[in-house]
Structure formats: C-alpha cells, structure tokens
Design a protein around this ligand. Structure first.
Ligand SMILES: C[S@@+](CC[C@H](N)C(=O)[O-])C[C@H]1O[C@@H](n2cnc3c(N)ncnc32)[C@H](O)[C@@H]1O
Length: 219
C-alpha cells in the first residue's frame, strides 16, 4: 500500500469497524452536530475509544474535559467513569453545549455529566479539584493555561491527554505564525520542562488526517 491520506483513512475505517463497531448513540451525536451545522472536529471513533480505555485503565472516577463540542468524547468518558463517576466538561459556545446536553442525555449518561458553559480560563478557577483524568481539546492557544490547571486540579497520578499535537507536522516549524501551532508547541514544551508532568506523544494518521495526542502523568 502507498502511505497516502486515503490509505490512512481506509485503514482507520477498517480498524474502527472492527474495534468500535456500530454505536447508535454516538452516531446520533454526529447527526445532531451536522443538523446544527457544527464543525466535524470531534475525536475519531478509535481515539474516543482510546480515551475511554485510558480512563478505565487508570480507574478514573472524576474526569475534566475542556472542549465539549457536541458531546462525542464526553460520552466516551462518561461511560468509562461508570454510574458513580462524574465528568465536568467546559464549552465556550452555549449553542454547542445545548446540542451536547441533548445528545448526552439521550445516550443515558446525563446524570454523570456536568456541562459548564464559558471560556476555559474563566471556568477552571471556579472548579473544585480532585480530577483523575483531564482531557484538553479546546482552543490550542490556551494549552499552557489548561495544562497548568490540569496540574492544579489533579493530583499525583492524574492522567492528562492533550489532543491535536501533530498539526500536519507543522509542530517542527519554529517560524510558524499560526497561533494553533504556536499554542501546541508551547503546550508540548511545558509537558517536557514542567516538573509536574511526565509525558510522551504519539502521532496519528487516519480519517482526521495527520495529527496526534500527548499523554502525561501528573507526578
Ligand atoms: C475540538 S472541539 C471539541 C471536540 C470534543 N472534545 C470531541 O472530541 O467530541 C473544541 C471545542 O472547544 C470549544 N472552545 C473553543 N475555545 C474554548 C474556550 N476558550 N473555552 C472552552 N471551550 C472552547 C469550541 O467551541 C469547540 O466546541
């Protein structure tokens, strides 16, 4: 096979069909997002399942998400924490939050999910800590602010997942003027240098193109 974007997408679809399969509640989230003209920037199915597995493997009961969109990743996380667990998810756009609320309730996990509408930098200082897992997937320009709050609101052993760290390979460009690339580079540098974290990163290719995630532990 030639390693083209089309081949990456085909292999991604093959793996998702095999390992995620048909999931009516999650498919309805995507339909609701499309009906509301929201961008298709949710995590891919395999990445959503990875998030859920990371939450389960780490035994997370309290999860914080920054960037709800239509609730796709939120549902993976809410399922993973179980009936006694809680997910707090922050979304800047009230319209997105309303779509997410409907989809999360329809998926049967509404009682575990607290959606806070507002900008992450404003909402985070109002939260009580003790989060076991933090998923950062909002405005990339604020990555270092979100990482700082992840450490403050977490505890030793908290897992931090930072999304979209690949950015089509643009992260290697030290002359980039794209605020999203610069925010991603700053977040990665913080994960490398800040003694509160021990981190790695994995590039991904698939239906969402060439990207990746960073995975960190609060030490
Ligand atoms: C990539 S989407 C989140 C996707 C979602 N995590 C998923 O995988 O289903 C990013 C979301 O962050 C929201 N957002 C952007 N800036 C924000 C901010 N400053 N504070 C909170 N949310 C923000 C956007 O409105 C958008 O819904």
């Amino acid at each position: 096979m030639e390693p083209t974007p089309a081949a990456w997408a085909d292999a991604d679809t093959y793996l998702a069909d095999l390992l995620v399969g048909h999931d009516p509640d999650l498919e309805k989230v995507l339909e609701a997002q499309r009906a509301a003209d929201m961008p298709e920037i949710e995590v891919a199915p395999l990445a959503g399942k990875l998030l859920g597995l990371v939450a389960r493997i780490s035994g997370a009961r309290r999860v914080l998400e920054i960037g709800t969109l239509g609730g796709y990743s939120t549902i993976w996380l809410a399922r993973a924490v179980g009936p006694e667990g809680r997910v707090v998810t922050i979304e800047a756009e009230a319209d997105n939050a309303a779509v997410a609320r409907t989809s999360i309730d329809a998926a049967g996990v509404g009682d575990r999910v607290d959606i806070r509408v507002g900008r992450g930098a404003d909402v985070l200082p109002t939260l009580v800590g003790g989060f076991d897992l933090v998923f950062i997937d909002a405005d990339k320009e604020s990555n270092t602010i979100y990482l700082d709050w992840a450490a403050k609101l977490g505890h030793p052993g908290t897992v931090v997942v930072l999304d979209n760290i690949g950015r089509d390979g643009e992260i290697v460009r030290d002359d980039s003027t794209d605020p999203k690339v610069i925010g991603t580079q700053e977040g990665l540098r913080m994960l490398a240098e800040d003694p509160r974290f021990d981190a790695t990163a994995l590039q991904t290719v698939g239906i969402k193109g060439w990207d990746g995630i960073a995975l960190a532990l609060v030490v």
